[in-house]
Ligand binder design. Structure first.
Ligand SMILES: [Zn+2]
Length: 257
């Protein structure tokens, strides 16, 4: 068994954001962001959700556009793709989403855990100082309207004030490789999954905000020094596979003419 390889990263927001907690009517706000020891943080479940969605979108789009199908990479089982149908049945022949995120209630457990993202101790002191002297520098009041999820439009008389967090300090988090995954999945596949996670991190540009109104904009920076090389190598392999397939398609169509 190889040593487990975690993916450490920095997450930086360049706009105010809100990861809504269930705390209602706190001070002057109807809704505030989740706090850990009084300091805003990003829960692991939020990060996991965004990365999962990005991997899904990337794989499904490539599958559609290039028709390149090497199963371990971009084939996503129906249950992961649409929420209907079957999940993968076997960890050895599983799609990336089942391998990385696991299947609820199945013996295929997740390959990675997602920690929350927190500001570091030094910055925490800085945060406490600012929060004590001028909390308005951190929490921005914004009036928002509840959106009806079914009708996808604003509900009437449902205005609420959100305490948007404006904190241009880096959050730090970790994506942790699980030992059983490390043991059961072969190295080539592990590398694919790792690159997919890195790629997804770069594709996520928004957490806890509203894309259209410009809140919650963020950037993940993996701290692993090789991440850029890994992603670029992967994209090159991908392109050459695509070119070979396209050439074959052209050859076939020439012959049939
Ligand atoms: Zn699957």
């Amino acid at each position: 068994m190889n040593e487990c390889k975690d993916i450490k990263y920095e997450l930086l927001f360049n706009s105010p954001f809100i990861i809504a907690s269930s705390v209602i009517d706190s001070g002057n706000y109807d809704m505030v962001s989740v706090l850990s020891n009084g300091v805003p943080y990003i829960p692991g479940s939020s990060i996991r959700g965004r990365i999962k969605a990005a991997i899904r979108q990337h794989c499904v789009e490539n599958d559609k556009t290039y028709k390149v199908s090497f199963d371990e990479y971009n084939h996503i089982c129906d249950a992961q793709k649409t929420g209907k149908g079957k999940f993968c049945e076997n960890i050895k022949k599983s799609c990336p989403l089942c391998r990385i995120f696991g299947i609820p209630g199945s013996e295929i457990t997740r390959g990675y855990d997602f920690s929350g993202a927190y500001i570091n101790e030094t910055n925490e002191e800085l945060f406490e100082k600012i929060n004590k002297n001028s909390p308005e520098a951190i929490y921005q009041k914004r009036t928002r309207n509840k959106i009806n999820p079914l009708l996808k439009r604003s509900e009437e008389d449902a205005l609420f004030t959100a305490g948007m967090v404006d904190l241009p300090l880096p959050f730090e988090g970790n994506i942790i490789e699980i030992a059983s995954y490390n043991k059961n999945v072969d190295d080539k596949i592990k590398k694919i999954d790792r690159v997919l996670i890195l790629l997804a991190m770069r594709l996520v540009t928004n957490i806890g905000g509203n894309r259209n109104r410009g809140s919650g904009q963020c950037r993940f920076n993996p701290l692993d020094k090789d991440w850029e090389v890994d992603i670029n190598t992967h994209i090159e392999i991908w392109k050459s596979k695509r070119n070979i397939i396209n050439e074959n398609i052209q050859k076939t169509s020439c012959r049939s003419n």
